[in-house]
Design a protein around this ligand. Structure first.
Ligand code: GLN
Length: 474
């Protein structure tokens, strides 16, 4: 900021939204007037020497599962259509305090359950790189909005990959922080032991800007960590123009790069590893013996937690706020306005795995596998500083192709769920294209609270590559 007024930036984002969102469908609601007013206020503040944060006056998009009294937080679900919470999510308080402006809410899979955004009950989002393909999910609207260059930054949430998968499919950068690094206060819960809010943007430096503002202890979230937040942005600036990675050990779990993996993904991730090596990093082979069990454990744990979290939507509480009535009044929703198919499937599965007769066979087993995966990851970090993995098993698929085959979609999450199950941070970066010019990505996992290491490696990678600067043909 500096060269442009906030008002000019907000207006150019609104113009870009008007040009592109009819085709992309990334957004659920746009705060056009309010955002322009907030931008004018930001410009006035700056004229008086206030507002020194780099985010001051910048417009952002947020996933529709973050609450704010001024914004409809509907989780792309009919059951929450019209819902405005009486309080503001901690991350949004922090962004506002830094002067950022929430310009719009982004489409998502209903209650963040999905990998394509097609489980949204409120509209379809297309991939800006090919409007016939899915943008990924569940934070698909946020990723598509960034790829369509509607806004410079976004917040998503990641329970099993929902920030990273759409980032990979849309060619943008994204970070799932360590569990507890960012307050979940005001994030509508899907699976509380896995959920984490994180930044999405076009490059690692912008992720650092956002993370620095949203991270840090919050007493309103009992899982929030006390550790101080490093000055991520300064850390990256200190690296200079041609950062090196001498001495950084990059763990490569060789057995995850098996023959089943798409050839394009295989090639682009290996090329990314070769770039890191040229910068001085040292590849080391590591083992994650239980990684292949991750998807099964994840879907048992997340559905169990979801069945409990979503029991509050009983058709009586929440829902439409009718003008002139109190917020806490209750409104009976008709069945047709209830949950979509995927959400119902998960509530049923979750209720089943928690039931007395099956708890030991499924839920307890899944928790045991989770422990094994946590240990695998911790053991791998004894021999390396970051772990490199593909983000997705392939590129974005055609809209509609997998709607009847939820299992094939669940299996997409094999690489992303590991970071959530282990609670560690993971940075997703673009690293190439398929022959059809659809984006491909890789991810770097770090030790708990080692976001700074990930940002450093990611920033160095982006300083020597240009995948993140490629522009969708829109
Ligand atoms: N695709 C995963 C799922 O459907 C991840 C979702 C998420 O991270 N919110 O559960």
């Amino acid at each position: 900021m500096g060269r442009f007024t906030s008002r000019a930036i907000v207006e150019s984002c609104l113009a870009r939204i008007a040009d592109t969102d009819g085709k992309v469908g990334a957004l659920l609601s746009v705060r056009a007037e309010a955002a322009v007013q907030e931008a004018e206020a930001a410009d006035r503040a700056r004229a008086q020497g206030e507002g020194t944060s780099p985010l001051h006056g910048l417009p952002l998009v947020i996933k529709a599962n973050l609450v704010d009294p001024e914004i409809e937080s509907n989780c792309a679900s009919k059951i929450l259509q019209g819902f405005r919470a009486p309080y503001r999510a901690e991350v949004l308080c922090r962004l506002r305090a830094a002067g950022a402006i929430v310009l719009a809410t982004a489409n998502m899979d209903e209650f963040a359950m999905g990998s394509s955004c097609e489980n949204s009950a409120l509209g379809q989002t297309a991939n800006p790189w090919n409007l016939g393909c899915v943008p990924g999910g569940s934070s698909g609207g946020a990723a598509a909005s960034l790829a369509a260059r509607q806004v410079p930054g976004a917040l998503g949430s990641d329970t099993g990959g929902s920030i990273r998968l759409p980032a990979a499919f849309c060619g943008v950068s994204a970070l799932k922080p360590t569990y507890g690094r960012v307050s979940r206060y005001g994030l509508i819960a899907f699976a509380s032991s896995l959920d984490q809010i994180g930044p999405m943007a076009r490059d690692v430096r912008d992720l650092a800007l956002l993370l620095e503002v949203i991270a840090g202890h919050d007493e309103k979230d009992s899982t929030s960590l006390l550790d101080p937040v490093p000055a991520y942005v300064k850390l990256l600036s200190k690296l200079g123009d041609a950062p090196r990675l001498d001495g950084v050990r990059v763990g490569v779990p060789a057995d995850l790069f098996d023959s089943d993996l798409d050839a394009g993904v295989q090639r682009s991730v290996r090329e990314a590893l070769a770039v890191l090596e040229r910068l001085g990093a040292k590849p080391v082979e590591v083992e994650l013996p239980h990684a292949q069990l991750g998807v099964a454990a994840y879907y048992l744990i997340c559905t169990a937690e979801a069945s409990s979290n979503l029991s509050r939507y009983d058709g009586i509480k929440y829902g439409l706020r009718v003008e002139g009535r109190d917020l806490d009044e209750t409104y009976i929703r008709t069945r047709s306005q209830g949950f979509g198919t995927e959400v119902k499937r998960r509530i049923m599965l979750g209720t089943f795995v928690l039931s007395a007769g099956y708890y030991d066979a499924y839920y307890r087993k899944a928790q045991q596998v989770r422990t094994l995966i946590r240990r695998d990851v911790a053991a791998a970090f004894e021999n390396c500083d970051v772990l490199a993995l593909p983000t997705a098993v392939g590129a974005a698929w055609p809209l509609g192709e997998r709607i009847e085959d939820p299992l094939s979609v669940y299996l997409q999450d094999v690489f992303t769920v590991l970071a959530n199950l282990a609670g560690v941070p993971a940075l997703a970066l673009p690293c190439g294209f398929t022959e059809d010019r659809m984006p491909l990505g890789f991810q770097l996992l770090g030790r708990p609270l080692a976001e700074a290491d990930l940002l450093r490696v990611g920033h160095s990678y982006q300083a020597h590559t240009s995948w993140h600067r490629e522009v969708a043909p829109l």
